[in-house]
Design a protein around this ligand. Sequence first.
Ligand SMILES: Cc1ncc(COP(=O)(O)O)c(C=O)c1O
Length: 390
Amino acid sequence: MKVSKRVTGVEYAIRDIALYARKVAKEGKTITYLNIGDPVQYGFQPPDNVKEAMITAIKNGENYYTSSEGLPELRHAIAEKESAKGLSVSDDDVLITNGVSEAIDMIMASLVEEGDEVLLPGPYYPPYASYVRLYGGVPVEFAVNLDNSTPDIDDIRSKINSKTVAICIINPNNPTGVLFDEKYLKTLVEIANENNLYIICDEIYEKIVFDDEFVGIGKVSGDSPIILLNGFSKVHLMSGWRIGYIAFNNCKKLDLLRQSIPQLARVRISANLPVQHAALESLRGPQNYISEYVGELKKRRDYTIKRLDGMKGLRCSNPKGAFYAFPKIEDNKYASDKEFVIELLKTTGVLTVHGSGFGKKYGSDYFRLVFLPEISVLERALDKIEEFVA
Ligand SMILES: Cc1ncc(COP(=O)(O)O)c(C=O)c1O
């Protein structure tokens, strides 16, 4: 029996590659998983007060369908947070989702029609392209310099045409760790406004930065049509609980979208209610765990990048944020980056993700690994990678 043509374009390299690992594990090899960007799978945990908030909500009977837009207190806390970052957001401009993943789906469902183009930073987080394709659109990657975290403005301008509907910014980005500064954010907003484009900005890694200060899109937003996406999986360590949000900047051009997204939200009823209580606590409670966590990640980043960049045949830019290394395979003796990753897996048991899974144009000839495990685990994995590339 047939399935829709639409789904054939849907890929998620980060998890698709794990199917190969399952096969290799069956043959008896121990796998070191460096493919998934989930800090909670590597020993980090949400703080106890956040866990307690969820347990208390459940015990208090908060186990029902809640409003489709989300828990009012949580929407209020998020509106305060994003307003402090510079966006113009009231409680009504916030919609709680089952993770940023659901937010990306809702946004693309609302914006993209057959043949519409959406600009994405190359390489990009794969669901952006998958959902654009699912709704009949075309993802178009623009060039970004990974060494100095700058988007190629001429390239962006040359790729805008009558079919372009939106530009996506992922700051810091996955898989590259690129962090756009205020000047470039401002330029991107200006370009979007000149061309009547929506600006979709994903700030899920906002506090996971190592060298430079993070600047939110809010700082340069003015009254531009900005759709901000954020969530609790990375900074707040609540990945398995599935919660995120959309915040709309106050802009007349967003009026229609502001109606269509709640319509979609009503169809899927609501986000998980006990988790919304936990998310509220994670915003209101102590934040000191974040600096400890990011400080630990910085050590792991420094170690990983120094090792990778020192390996013959690899070159690795320094990620300014998030928790991914994205080395370039300088002289690949395999047919593709995917084959490199599969051979690496078969030979060493180290599971990484092929760069082309993050967009073929700019991701090919790279691979991605997380630097989330403890240094002793990273050391053993990097020793194996070093031996393999040698
Ligand atoms: C840039 C980016 N956005 C969104 C997500 C998914 O977020 P969530 O867990 O909130 O669905 C990820 C997960 O890796 C990501 O890297």
